[in-house]
Design a protein around this ligand. Structure first.
Ligand code: UT7
Length: 345
């Protein structure tokens, strides 16, 4: 169900109020592990340099989880912070959605492990694989449950321990990724501000550009698959880069068009934090001023599904977003997948 049958809105403040239901983001929170891996540290692991990494990606450092710290731990810590900000208790949560490509185990769902860790005994839970687009996919799914009156309170988390699937011998990829989690509480709160629209897209024909070939039903874990390093991320970086810029641009324009808002009306653009050059290219093509674009890729690297969730929390903490501001989230990732969302804060 979309807020109106056409998906088009005249009044930005009425568009998300559908038959008395609104989907508000009433709290956000994030968590990154303590250990920091700098570009200088990576120079000791692979043939690279701080100069190359920073100039090609904008990344200075990333956070890496401890050996005994799993995706569900990062997710739970982010969730507890979002719940505190929202002022809700665990028993109020109806549903937990965890967007991740690094679940603690293939099953059970990481959402179920989070349910236990935060004590949300009433909540149902499932994981969602949208790769770097997972958080926006999660927001859209959560919104549908709220607008359809199935649930009143949904916890959406983007969480990743990417260090567990990075090939630390591959300089093309190992310099890019980091660990972390971000969470949002969605709630039906009449009169409150909310999620105005979410756009999602995918192109499975290009799935091979960004993948982990091993460990699934196509190539189950075996000594041979491990020896061939098939359980690590593989990416055709240059190709992904080009498609990412165009797909993010198209998704952002579609979201703005649905809400009938221009880039000048957006207070803060929060793009997927994969590469500073992608962020700049998208911002420029959208006609955004540099001060409208939120960037923290320098401190966290690419945290996949956690990326825009962490950035949203950072932007709120830093006072970059105030009540009533319009915020544009825009993402791209494996699948290939992409998406954009507009929130009235
Ligand atoms: O989150 C999901 C979406 N993912 C993305 O959006 C990532 C998209 N891709 C990218 O961000 C960029 O393509 C990369 C950062 C991955 C690579 O940047 P690039 O400007 O596309 O570099 P390249 O792959 O064309 O490589 C240029 C050169 C190559 O050397 P030759 O063949 O020209 O001699 C690479 O071998 O840079 C070399 N190179 C490195 N050199 C030093 C690749 N990685 C490194 C490295 N250190 N870490």
């Amino acid at each position: 169900m979309s807020p109106t049958p056409s998906g088009k809105f005249k009044n930005p403040r009425a568009r998300y109020n559908f038959q008395g239901r609104t989907c508000s983001i009433v709290g956000v929170g994030s968590y990154v592990p303590h250990k920091i891996l700098t570009n200088a540290d990576l120079e000791k692991l692979v043939h690279t340099s701080d100069e190359w990494i920073f100039s090609r990606t904008g990344i200075r450092e990333r956070h890496i989880a401890a050996a005994d710290e799993f995706t569900s731990d990062l997710a739970s810590k982010a969730a507890l912070r979002a719940m505190k900000q929202a002022g809700i208790t665990p028993d109020q949560i109806d549903l937990i959605i965890v967007a991740t490509v690094t679940p603690d185990m293939i099953f059970p769902a990481t959402a179920c492990l989070v349910q236990r860790k935060i004590g949300a005994k009433r909540a149902a839970g499932f994981d969602l694989v949208g790769a770097c687009s997972g958080f926006i996919y999660g927001l859209e799914v959560g919104q549908q449950f709220i607008m359809s009156r199935t649930y009143d309170t949904v916890l959406v988390i983007g969480a990743e321990k990417l260090s567990s699937i990075v090939d630390w011998q591959d300089r093309n990829t190992c310099i890019l990724f980091g660990d972390g989690a971000g969470a949002a509480i969605l709630q039906n709160r009449p009169q409150a501000h909310g999620l105005l629209t979410a756009v999602m897209g995918a192109d499975g024909a290009k799935s091979e550009l960004l993948t982990i070939p091993g460990g699934g039903s196509r190539c189950p874990a075996s000594v041979a698959s491990v020896n061939q390093r098939l359980h690590f991320i593989r990416m055709e970086g240059k190709e992904v880069f080009k498609i990412a810029v165009q797909a993010m641009l198209t998704a952002a324009k579609e979201a703005m068009s649905r809400c009938e808002v221009s880039i000048a009306q957006i207070k803060c653009v929060i793009p997927h934090q994969a590469n500073r050059r992608i962020i700049d290219a998208v911002g420029e093509r959208l006609g955004a001023r540099p001060d409208q674009i939120f960037v923290n890729v320098d401190r966290y690297g690419n945290t996949s599904a956690a990326s825009v969730a962490i950035a949203l929390d950072d932007a709120v903490q830093l006072g970059r977003i105030q009540r009533g501001d319009l915020v544009l989230l825009v993402v791209f990732g494996g699948g290939l997948t992409w998406g954009a969302a507009i929130i009235e804060w």
